[in-house]
Design a protein around this ligand. Structure first.
Ligand SMILES: [Zn+2]
Length: 294
């Protein structure tokens, strides 16, 4: 391309996409290499296996991992066909909670993942509290899968830091959402998508709008590996996030910290979800920064 033309094209650089909720054990990891997604957070797998993937990740991807699901004996996701035994850590007492958190620290996990699912065995309050206390004293956030009546509220009130799915099984009262405003919620809207007006999705979007209005932090996460999710950018997830956020807030939810630009595209700064999807389709990786000569 002649120099004059290149100069007239607006070039915007932005950080790469951070997917805050994936399961690398359930996807073709090679599909992630050198694409617009630059960081993924694995929220539930055999800790040794996922630590090995993080040490030898797909090219251009930073992998952070939580390690196993912490749940009551028999609690979710015990017995699910997709969940290897080592991906599920049963915790029956506060003492076992302390041991489980120490194991997450030992394997290099960045967070403690907890599952609370009504209709299956549930962690009692004292064990749940112990998981949160132990995680926090180890400097790790607590990330909760909360599903079914009252479980999101339990996570909020016990001091968990993150809900790994925006609550979709019930409309949370405003007072509960106000108490949650210190938290981060991970979107995962697209997994509830379907024909008609899927009630779970509508509920999640409504909870998310009130959460953001109350000052909560909403971030992009796809639950990649849960069903036929794309291995890379999930455009539907961005589209649905665009029903809640736009402009700087949308970019902040989907992309990494602005200090680390890794993508470039010959398009203006994206404002809407449609802009952002178009921008990401056109984006290329910037060359890795060269180390200064010694
Ligand atoms: Zn998940």
């Amino acid at each position: 391309m002649p120099d004059g033309v290149a100069e007239s094209v607006p070039v915007v650089t932005l950080p790469g996409v951070v997917d805050h909720h994936v399961h690398l054990g359930l996807v073709d990891r090679a599909l992630l290499a050198d694409g617009p997604v630059t960081e993924v957070h694995d929220l539930g797998w055999d800790p040794r296996e996922v630590a090995a993937w993080a040490a030898d990740p797909p090219s251009g991807i930073l992998v952070r991992y939580a390690g196993p699901f912490h749940t009551a004996p028999g609690g979710y996701p015990t017995g699910r066909s997709w969940a290897p035994d080592a991906a599920v850590r049963h915790v029956a007492t506060p003492h076992e909670a302390a041991e489980a958190v120490a194991d997450v620290v030992a394997v290099g996990g960045f967070a403690v993942k907890v599952a609370l699912r009504a209709g299956m065995a549930l962690l009692p309050d004292d064990v749940l509290r112990a998981l949160v206390t132990e995680a926090h004293s180890a400097g790790l956030p607590v990330l909760v899968h909360a599903e079914g009546d009252g479980q999101a509220q339990r996570a909020i009130d016990v001091g968990a830091d993150v809900l790994v799915h925006v609550p979709w099984t019930e409309a949370l009262p405003d007072a509960v959402i106000a108490r949650a405003a210190r938290m981060t919620w991970i979107s995962t809207f697209a997994i509830h998508d379907g024909p008609g007006r899927p009630i779970g999705l509508e509920r999640a979007l409504d909870n998310a709008r009130r959460f953001v209005a109350a000052g909560g932090t909403l971030v992009y996460g796809t639950d990649m590996g849960n069903g036929p999710t794309p291995g890379g950018v999930n455009e539907r997830e961005i589209e649905l996030l665009g029903r809640v956020l736009e402009g700087r807030e949308l970019r902040r939810a989907v992309l990494g910290p602005p200090s680390a630009p890794t993508l470039t595209a010959p398009l203006p700064l994206p404002v809407t979800a449609t802009d952002l999807i178009t921008w990401l389709r056109a984006a290329r990786r910037l060359p890795a920064p060269r180390r200064p000569p010694r």
